[in-house]
Ligand binder design. Structure first.
Ligand code: AMO
Length: 445
């Protein structure tokens, strides 16, 4: 008999089938044992009767998360026993069982609310929880929607290197690697320089790779390793073309996940994501700081960046006043942005760059880049960097590159905000932070 997936059981009522699944729950009622089985397609209840002595004895030894192969009869439940859930209209009656993997006793109740450290300590087990699987199902859809949205716009995916000779972002902490003999290399903090080089090759590119940040932050927003969703495009007029593309992509992502995972959003009581009918609201950093001052009395008007509290305020302002969970903040000062950022000729000292805030946090940064070779060279020197270190990258500019720009977006931050999860680590399959690589590490400092 070949395997039937649980979602297809409804087509086999009255027949004997073989299912292969995990045991989600075991309830021993003396003369009957009830099992809930789970495979990749869904879950269903099994009744094991004591008359069937061999299977009954096997069922009594089962612990949750054991893996079994079950021969069973698919029975329609009597009307009054039908449940209002998937496969609630049917029940399996066990005929034969093979235990493929007998699980140990679980260290805690599967549905218990765990503190984050216990959750992270037991990821091989806790990732199997329904609520946790939901997060990563949605995350997988975010990535495929990001790809689809950009493919629809003629972008080509490329794989950026993770080992690099220097850091592009300046400021952002970088992990140093011993590299063969006595050489030093670094883990990439962003695919930035490579995506710009790739504009010279394909004009429109995107990447969905891992990047690494050695920032010494222990917050609910920072990871030492995250997935950076990036795109870069040529022949733009200015940063607003990039903002338009990012808006298109994020709208596509939100529509895809909410349509595909309606059940998950309903079951987890996740608020609808507000997408304005008009375009996402936009304000300059200066305007944002004036608004914060006017509305809250907090005077950050001479700061070069926003505080987390400011980001939260601006998002709640956008929600109330513009019916939007998204808001763009543009024109960060030259001093706060990396050397490759384009200065606005109409607003000297400020850049054609932006952050996109979503539900209280920055999820993306982007902007127009300097494409003029001489200007870029000058900026590298102004930033006290050595043009020699950038010779490889500079070839892209020496040999012709159009005006261009792009964005980087943190997949885990986006997932956390979509799913209304407080800590970005819970939206990361295997998070690495200052103290943890799977388990706690020693930090001698
Ligand atoms: P930036 O450094 O702002 O820009 O990063 C872009 C986005 O990446 C996410 N992010 C992080 N997520 C988790 N943990 C971290 N430590 C972390 N750091 C950043 C955020 C952020 O908005 N090269 C530019 C992008 C560009 O201009 O194209 C860059 O990397 O969501």
């Amino acid at each position: 008999m070949s395997r039937i997936l649980i979602k297809d059981l409804k087509n086999h009522i009255g027949q004997e089938v073989k299912v292969k699944a995990w045991v989600d729950a075991v309830r021993d009622h003396g003369k009957l044992v009830f099992l809930v089985l789970r495979d990749r397609s869904g879950s269903a209840q099994v009744v094991v009767k004591s008359e069937n002595e061999k299977v009954f004895a096997q069922a009594q030894t089962l612990k949750e998360e054991s893996v079994i192969e079950l021969d069973a009869l698919v029975k329609e439940r009597p009307d009054k026993m039908k449940k209002n859930e998937i496969n609630g209209e049917l029940e399996l009656e066990a005929q034969g069982m093979q235990i493929l993997s007998l699980a140990d006793v679980l260290p805690f109740e599967k549905d218990a609310d765990l503190n984050i450290e216990t959750h992270l300590d037991h990821l091989p087990l806790t990732l199997r929880k329904n609520t946790v699987r939901n997060i990563f199902e949605v995350q997988a859809t975010i990535i495929s929607a990001f790809r689809e949205a950009l493919k629809n716009e003629d972008f080509i995916e490329f794989q950026a290197p993770a080992i690099v000779g220097g850091d592009a972002e300046g400021g952002a902490g970088v992990f140093e690697l011993g590299y063969f003999k006595d050489n030093k290399a670094y883990l990439a903090t962003s695919p930035q320089l490579y995506k710009q080089v790739m504009v010279g090759v394909f004009e429109r590119v995107y990447a969905t790779g891992k990047v690494f940040r050695a920032e010494k932050h222990a917050t609910t927003r920072h990871l030492a390793e995250y997935t950076s969703l990036d795109f870069e495009m040529g022949f733009i007029k200015d940063h607003r073309d990039i903002m338009d593309m990012l808006e298109k992509v994020t709208r596509y992502i939100i529509k895809s996940v909410t349509q595909k995972h309606t059940n998950i959003f309903d079951e987890n009581k996740i608020d609808d994501i507000l997408l304005p009918e008009e375009k996402y609201p936009v304000m300059t950093l200066k305007e944002a700081q004036e608004l914060i001052y006017k509305e809250t009395g907090r005077d950050n008007r001479s700061e070069p960046d926003l505080e987390p509290e400011d980001e939260r305020f601006l998002c709640s302002w956008a929600k109330e006043n513009k019916n939007s969970d998204f808001i763009f903040i543009t024109h960060y000062p030259v001093s706060k942005r990396p050397f490759y950022t384009y200065e606005d000729e109409n607003m000297p000292g400020y850049t054609k760059s932006f952050d996109l805030l979503f539900r209280g946090v920055e999820i993306s940064t982007g902007g127009q880049r300097i494409h003029d070779y001489k200007m870029l060279l000058k900026n590298i020197e102004k930033w006290n960097l050595s043009p020699k270190d950038f010779e490889f990258y500079l070839q892209a500019f020496k040999f012709g590159i159009p005006p261009h720009g792009g964005i980087g977006m943190g997949l885990e931050r986006l997932t956390a905000k979509i799913m209304q999860i407080k800590n970005v680590k819970e939206a990361t399959l295997f998070p690495r932070d200052m103290t943890r690589i799977d388990k706690f590490i020693n930090t001698k400092e």
